[in-house]
Design a protein around this ligand. Structure first.
Ligand SMILES: C[S@@+](CC[C@H](N)C(=O)[O-])C[C@H]1O[C@@H](n2cnc3c(N)ncnc32)[C@H](O)[C@@H]1O
Length: 264
């Protein structure tokens, strides 16, 4: 059964049409709040990502890159990482390509928080490669139709102010046969680690993240946004409904994250 975006299998938990950080009344305000929030935490973002996930985040991005090894070996391919933040998924793509020592595809990272992009560019300068980082809103991208072979978003899709517009843009930009990868946090619902995960995510992480970044709001937003985000099954429905084919997902690390993949 296909559910409409905004409609949930569980009647008590209606996923939102996009993220809505506290205090934002509509899509426009949500986008502004998200951009401001990530701009503020940019200086401590990488450190906190690795620290709070015990460096599992590196493994998740590496695994994602490995899935798309074939595209990353094609020097004619064009790859766009949306919501790229400080660029770690793009760097994982570049590293995957370096393993085969061939000329890589054109890699582009896009994000609308300028302090995040500044850090991505600094990291890129240290390892010269075919990567371009540019400022762009994932809901209105400055690229012509059918121009990419792979579009990805790691821990970014959940932060879009409109999931429907995000999927529409991704579909518009992919070439026929092109691939989509969405890596996101999920909430393990059962199993021995579900309660532990919940305790860590809602009690420990906001306190540590808030104290280290100096931005309590951003690290309280994180568990809240994961809780409100649709389950992997619902996201799969939405992707199919948006027009993607071969939509699949796999959950990693006891269900803490899910990688959704699809083709256009
Ligand atoms: C949690 S970070 C993820 C960064 C990176 N992909 C990673 O793996 O660490 C989410 C990023 O999404 C960006 N973002 C959220 N909404 C966006 C939008 N509409 N357009 C562009 N970037 C967006 C934020 O600025 C932030 O840098």
């Amino acid at each position: 059964m296909v559910r409409a975006i905004g409609e949930s299998r569980a009647p008590h938990r209606n996923p939102l049409p996009g993220t809505r950080p506290e205090g934002s009344r509509d899509e426009r305000e949500a986008g502004l709040r998200v951009r401001e929030m990530f701009g503020c935490i940019a200086p401590r973002y990488d450190f906190l990502n690795h620290f709070l996930s015990a460096s599992f985040d590196k493994l998740w991005r590496k695994r994602t890159a490995r899935r798309f090894s074939a595209i990353l070996q094609n020097p004619d391919a064009r790859v766009l990482d949306l919501c790229c933040g400080t660029g770690d998924l793009v760097f994982a793509f570049a590293a995957e390509n370096r393993k085969i020592r061939a000329a890589g595809p054109q890699l582009i990272g896009a994000d609308f928080a300028l302090p995040m992009l500044k850090l991505a560019r600094q990291k890129n300068a240290a390892v010269p490669s075919k990567i371009t980082f540019l400022a762009a809103d994932a809901l209105a991208l400055p690229f012509p139709d059918v121009s990419f072979d792979l579009i990805s978003a790691a821990f970014g899709f959940r932060n879009l102010a409109s999931y429907q517009s995000g999927l529409r843009e991704m579909l518009r930009l992919l070439r026929p046969g092109g691939a989509l990868a969405i890596l996101e946090f999920c909430e393990p619902k059962s199993g021995p680690l579900a309660a532990l995960f919940r305790f860590y995510f809602t009690r420990i992480l906001p306190v540590l993240g808030g104290a280290i970044s100096g931005n309590k709001e951003a690290y309280s937003y994180l568990p809240g946004s994961v809780e409100k985000f649709p389950s992997p099954e619902i996201l799969k429905d939405w992707m199919e409904q948006a027009g993607f084919r071969d939509v699949k997902y796999e959950c990693w690390t006891f269900g803490a994250v899910a990688l959704h993949t699809a083709t256009r």
